[in-house]
Design a protein around this ligand. Structure first.
Ligand code: PBG
Length: 331
């Protein structure tokens, strides 16, 4: 890169002087088109339950979904992501509830498709952790998370969700080879247009804590997820993961967590031209929320945190702030 000119001929502050001028030269911007809104689901009727680990985030019963989806639609948010808080009584070693066509996620998909047709996209996680008694994403034998045996269940979970009307299947389990198997199964079931958004780069992170509380898997979780989620000391492994998932048929990929991993988003974006979705995870969300409550941070910090993803190269962002932030205020 060549810098022509020098002070006092060159004054970079000139373009910063007025708002019109700053807006004219900005590289990045943020709109509701950039957001995916996660929604937590709960059993029961007329429920909007606060989540202690995530201030201002709620679990909704199916009959209460309308309020939150209406709001997302009004703001112009393109897609919602569904996460179930499964009753412990329905959890077992194999996560069988994942394959129940009347489980919370399936009920929510049916409700949204019936009421909103294709006005808003639906994304669903594929993984067993909300449904297993041990809180792991896969099936366990002798303390080992079994890869190939788990794939067989994930395929069924994907096909079920897609049949119910899910638009975007998002495997978050980090088993090897799942994208190819899921793609094949979807195609075989005449679900060729259902997209796969792979959690290609998912690190074993402490920033997922508040989410595990939200879906009720925190107390269940035995041990750690380091044998399948990535080691956060690695960067180049992220490129191998993305490369594999592209070959296996992923339409888009996720990098997760978000803010501590902006370098990875940039690295992926520099190497591949596939849409990259950043996940600003629960721990990042709660950190900022708590700091705002304690008046340590201003609400503008939310906006700044979200723009950082765009700057790093993300096409869009999964964020719990999606339906809370008033973008016009921060322009
Ligand atoms: C489930 C899943 C997790 C998150 C999204 N899907 C938790 C985990 O892997 O333990 C985390 C999201 C967040 O923290 O906001 N596999």
């Amino acid at each position: 890169m060549i810098i022509t000119g020098n002070y006092p001929n060159l004054r970079l502050r000139r373009s910063r002087k007025f708002s019109w001028s700053r807006r004219l030269v900005q590289d990045n911007d943020l709109s509701y088109n950039d957001f995916i809104l996660p929604i937590f689901l709960t059993d029961g009727k007329a429920k909007k339950v606060p989540i202690s680990s995530m201030p201002n985030v709620f679990r909704y019963s199916i009959d209460k979904l309308k309020s939150v989806v209406d709001k997302a639609l009004k703001l112009g948010i393109p897609m919602v992501a569904l996460f179930p808080h499964t009753n412990v009584k329905k959890k077992d070693e194999y996560g069988n509830e994942a394959l129940n066509e009347n489980n919370l996620v399936c009920q929510a998909i049916k409700f949204i498709k019936k009421n909103y047709k294709n006005e808003i996209g639906i994304m669903c996680d594929v993984a067993l952790d909300p449904y297993t008694s041990h809180g792991h994403d896969g099936i366990i034998r002798k303390n080992e998370i079994l890869n190939d045996e788990t794939l067989e269940v994930l395929i069924k979970q994907s096909v079920l969700q897609a049949k119910m009307g899910c638009d975007v299947i998002a495997p978050s389990d980090m088993m090897d080879g799942r994208v190819l198997k899921i793609r094949k199964a979807l195609d075989k079931n005449n679900l060729k247009d259902v997209q796969i958004l792979s959690y290609a780069v998912k690190y074993a992170s402490s920033f997922y804590g508040p989410f595990r509380n939200a879906v009720g898997s925190k107390r269940q979780l035995k041990g750690h997820k380091k044998t399948y989620q990535m080691d956060f000391k690695n960067n180049y492994e992220a490129l191998r993961e993305v490369s594999l998932d592209i070959k296996e048929g992923a339409d888009m990929i996720i990098v997760k967590p978000g803010m501590p991993y902006l370098d990875i988003i940039r690295e992926v974006k520099n190497n591949f031209k596939i849409p990259v979705i950043a996940y600003q995870v629960s721990g990042e969300y709660s950190l900022i929320q708590n700091a705002i409550t304690k008046k340590l941070l201003d609400k503008k910090s939310i906006y700044e945190s979200l723009v950082s993803f765009k700057r790093a190269g993300a096409n869009s962002i999964i964020t719990y702030f999606a339906d809370q932030i008033k973008l016009d205020k921060f322009k």
